[in-house]
Design a protein around this ligand. Structure first.
Ligand code: PRX
Length: 669
């Protein structure tokens, strides 16, 4: 194992993206790990890659056969650029695959879900028990008039009922739309309306840092302007008082108690819509990403097994909230389709003390731990003494997702949490890809801190220049996926044109090119073919592992009566990855008495419009913003300004040079 780290020596060519990291440390899988792994050698992995490359569609068919189907598919892939349909003609049911299928085996009495609430209460649901709850919930949804194809909104925290609700929707063929519990009433309202959801499932309150977050009260504000919602199911978690509107609102526990515990899962077409999940893009309006049934489940199930080297005696703990894609694919669907035991935790990682996560791992004997780099950096900040207090020897594999991991955090994770013995799988993927695309295979891949390594078998990616020519080794470019994959997004709900433009417009189909999916990420490939993600090249920012569109935050800011214009950019942040800086110019005549108070007011305003996660870390006021002569705000200059880098890029189109000077001096208003 080399421990040398070289300074930047990356080649740049005009029009390419500069990458400054060069990392030479290498970590082969240990013999101990490899000897027990599903794929236990580089040779075995190469053979699988070759096999998949020979006929990629046939490879995915093999993976799909691992699932249970009511009727087999007639065509494995129908590809009408840029729309894919997988396993066409086949019928299946996601809930049947995640539950019923295991009931005929010894897994019937295996723990499917071990859940720990923030106050310390623990609930364990076996596959049989989870099945019973899901059947009851499915019957309740049907009683309330939810039909196949209807959208059900879910606005909840991390409680077992969230998983039950998702599976109940999947079971009856309703399409769920999970809205992260940290989003505001306004954000909830917009997402309900955009998807025309018919029913909302929420809870009275959720525990966070010893206090309760009143989700039902927030939902009630949204429900004033959501005409499509007919019924609301309310899970009782904190037992706090909440208003129940008669005829519309129903207690989950009362309805479920009265419901039949049997429910036959219907056979649904492979392309039946499974869920919509909203994610940020480079315009103000979030995108409703649509995922479907057979292809999605095939790839999440197959990657869960391969990437986490999942075994029946594992206790698998993914810290993601179910409100994000990681929570969908790798808390719920992938692990349950594999019959795994999942640990799910409700609250804050530093409650009541900064060792809650290590305490959970020790007490529940967690063997696989999957989290985000931003969390790892927080753990580092809190200090080594917290994990050192606990026996973490049950861990055998660690994973990360959501943003590039800096090598320092990787090394800390490896040494302090993994005790130097656990492989780390750095998994690259997106809401749109549905499942992991680039990742080490832990018994076979030599890892390097900071890279997700190579695409998995059956996945084809490349790093190319803007004109589509491939980048040479170590030259930064744009990351593209060059062949359709089963769990790919099918469209953006209600806006297929935006789907085409955003993902397929950059590298269109021509006479000579098949057309590629553009990820929005910059990357470089090193001489070993490992992919190093440089970051987003669009106006999407990753803050604490959450994906935010700067345009969304800008439009929230300009909805404040005093704001004329706003530009939001990111600056690097040691813990969060990125922090948000908002540049704001006020309306002429706006009277400001107290600038710090107005800053605070604008931050609160964004919190109200979108949610706490989107609050800018810093707000700077300026008479005007740097613009091109055609009136476009030059965010690049602002980015350079806030990151402390010299503002160097091309400024020939800048309309008023004095603006930059003024902005520099506005730094510490
Ligand atoms: O920029 C990439 C980054 O997160 C983006 C996708 O965000 P989202 O759709 O919210 O999904 C996050 C969870 C899958 C990507 O475009 N990203 C995700 N994983 C990694 C990453 N960047 C670097 N390394 C990763 N492992």
């Amino acid at each position: 194992m080399a421990t040398r780290k070289r300074p930047a020596s990356t080649t740049t060519t005009p029009g390419s993206i500069a990458s400054v990291m060069q990392e030479d440390r290498r970590f082969p899988p240990s013999n101990e790990f490899a000897s027990h792994a599903h794929i236990g050698s580089a040779r075995a992995l190469r053979a699988l890659h070759d096999h998949a490359a020979q006929d990629v569609v046939a490879y995915w068919e093999e993976q799909a056969r691992e699932l249970a189907w009511f009727a087999p598919w007639k065509k494995p892939l129908v590809w009408k650029h840029p729309h894919a349909q997988w396993f066409v003609g086949g019928t299946t049911n996601v809930a049947m695959n995640c539950l019923d299928r295991h009931l005929g085996t010894w897994r019937r009495t295996k723990a499917a879900l071990i859940w720990e609430g923030e106050p310390g209460d623990v609930r364990t649901l076996t596959y049989q028990q989870l099945h019973t709850e899901v059947c009851r919930a499915a019957n309740v949804l049907e009683q309330l008039g939810v039909q196949r194809g209807d959208v059900v909104a879910i606005y909840m925290g991390m409680v077992p009922e969230t998983v039950i609700a998702m599976l109940a929707c999947a079971r009856i063929g309703a399409t769920h739309n999970v809205i992260f519990g940290g989003f505001s009433s306004d954000a909830l309202r917009d997402r309900i309306n955009d998807s025309s959801a018919k029913l909302l499932i929420t809870q009275d309150g959720a525990w966070r840092r010893g206090e309760t977050i009143p989700l039902k009260a927030a939902a009630d504000v949204a429900l004033k302007k959501t005409p499509s919602i007919r019924n609301v199911l309310v899970v009782q978690r904190t037992a706090e008082k909440c208003a129940m509107k008669s005829g519309r609102d129903h207690w989950w526990h009362l309805r479920l108690q009265a419901a039949d515990a049997r429910h036959e899962p219907p056979a649904l077409p492979s392309e039946h819509p499974l869920f919509i999940l909203y994610t940020s893009g480079s315009t103000g309006k979030p995108k409703g990403i649509l995922h479907t049934t057979g292809g999605y489940l095939t790839q999440v199930a197959s990657t869960t097994k391969m990437v986490f080297d999942l075994r029946d005696d594992d206790v698998y703990f993914c810290t993601a909230d179910v409100g994000w894609i990681t929570g969908h694919s790798y808390v719920v669907y992938g692990p349950l389709a594999n019959g795994a035991t999942i640990l799910m935790y409700e609250g804050a990682p530093n409650w009541p003390e900064s060792d809650r996560v290590w305490d959970l791992i020790e007490r529940h004997h967690v063997s696989i731990f999957y989290t985000a780099p931003t969390a790892i950096r927080s753990f580092m900040k809190w200090g080594e003494s917290w994990p050192r207090k606990h026996d973490l020897s049950s861990l055998r594999l660690l994973g990360t997702v959501g943003e590039p991991i800096n090598p320092e955090a990787w090394m800390w994770y490896h040494d302090v949490i993994g005790g130097g013995r656990c492989p780390i799988v750095d998994t690259w993927w997106q809401t749109e890809t549905g499942a992991i695309m680039i990742s080490p295979v832990p018994g076979a891949t030599v890892t390097k801190p900071g890279t997700a390594t190579k695409p998995l078998p059956g996945i084809s990616v490349d790093v190319v220049h803007a004109d589509g020519t491939p980048c040479k080794a170590n030259v930064g470019g744009l990351l593209v996926v060059t062949h359709p994959w089963p769990s790919m997004a099918r469209t953006i709900v209600g806006d297929d044109e935006r789907y085409r433009e955003t993902y397929w417009g950059m590298f269109p189909k021509t006479r000579t090119s098949a057309g590629w999916y553009f990820t929005g990420d910059g990357a470089r490939k090193d001489r070993d073919g490992y992919i190093w993600i440089i970051g987003r090249v669009d106006d999407v920012v990753n803050v604490s592992g959450h994906r935010l569109g700067t345009a969304e935050i800008e439009s929230a800011l300009v909805s404040h009566p005093m704001v004329a214009e706003a530009a939001v950019v990111a600056r690097p942040d040691a813990i969060k990855g990125n922090a948000l800086v908002a540049f704001v110019s006020l309306k002429t005549g706006a009277r400001i008495k107290n600038l710090p108070a107005l800053k605070q007011e604008l931050r609160t305003h964004v919190g109200k419009e979108i949610g706490q996660i989107a609050k800018p870390d810093d707000v700077r006021f300026s008479e005007s913003l740097p613009k091109t002569r055609s009136g476009k705000i030059m965010r690049r200059l602002l980015r350079e300004l806030v990151s402390g880098a010299a503002v160097m890029g091309d400024m020939t189109t800048l309309e008023d040079f004095s603006v930059l000077e003024k902005l520099r001096s506005s730094d510490e208003d």
